[in-house]
Design a protein. Structure first.
Length: 240
């Protein structure tokens, strides 16, 4: 029985993955960009470790999670199965979770305060990682701090702090398109900020933008990473 179920789920994920990959290839072609410039991050939040393993078997290399409570156990199960993936933490993160996240995450995409930078740096140094923890600064595109992300000059304060941290590496930016605005316009603003950041910090070239509903707009405006949940795994039951 389990075997039958797994095969069904594998086929479903394979078909969804192919569609998402085709969307990425088409969007890159339309933007005149080589498709290998865009990395697919499968956002597996609310879905089990078995799905993560199936996606890994289908060639997915990067996965995203937004809650430490769920992600730490899933990452442990995947590791126990002998599968190595790049884990991206994409949710709002409390400082008291920095140590836990640091134990499995390769990238924390949702950094938007100096206090979080300090906590992550301390955790990364204490963990004596092989490589620094990669950090993306989350940019608010709607000016609403409740939805996460830095506003205005905080971008420079936070990114400079990451860049000068011993345990962290500044990878670039992350953003979520605002509700109720054309995502293309918002991602154009993000591209502008990303250009400025890459001048100040030449290694910080990652632009994580675009989800199931707006990956084409994100790729048109320079996204290097798209974070796809629903189109790959299906509708989530919760609002997360
Ligand atoms: C859930 C989530 C995604 C994936 O969204 P979908 O619309 O399901 O593709 C991407 N980024 C973040 C930060 C998320 O929380």
């Amino acid at each position: 029985m389990t075997q039958v179920f797994d095969e069904g789920r594998r086929a479903e994920l394979a078909a969804n993955l192919q569609q998402v990959r085709e969307r990425i290839v088409r969007a890159c072609a339309a933007a005149g960009r080589p498709p290998d410039e865009v990395t697919l991050t499968a956002v597996t939040k609310t879905y089990p470790a078995s799905d993560v393993l199936l996606l890994a078997g289908l060639g997915v290399t990067d996965v995203g999670e937004n809650r430490d409570q769920d992600a730490s156990g899933k990452a442990a199960q995947v590791r126990a199965a002998g599968v190595r993936l790049r884990w991206h933490f994409v949710g709002q993160l409390q400082r008291n979770k920095a140590k836990s996240v640091c134990a499995y995450a390769d990238v924390v995409e949702s950094v938007d305060s100096l206090r979080l930078v300090t906590a992550l740096d301390r955790a990364a140094v204490a963990a004596a990682r092989d490589e620094p923890l990669e950090v993306l600064v989350q940019v608010s595109l709607d000016g609403d701090p409740a939805r996460g992300g830095v506003i205005g000059d905080d971008l420079w304060r936070v990114s400079d702090a990451v860049a000068s941290s011993e345990g962290l590496r500044l990878g670039g930016l992350m953003a979520v398109a605002p509700l109720g605005e054309d995502p293309g316009r918002a991602f154009a603003r993000l591209a502008d900020v990303a250009g400025q950041l890459a001048v100040a910090h030449p290694g910080a070239t990652t632009v994580s933008a675009g989800m199931s509903g707006d990956l084409e707009a994100a790729i048109r405006h320079g996204a290097t990473h798209v974070r796809i949940g629903t189109s790959l795994l299906g509708m989530r039951n919760s609002l997360r």
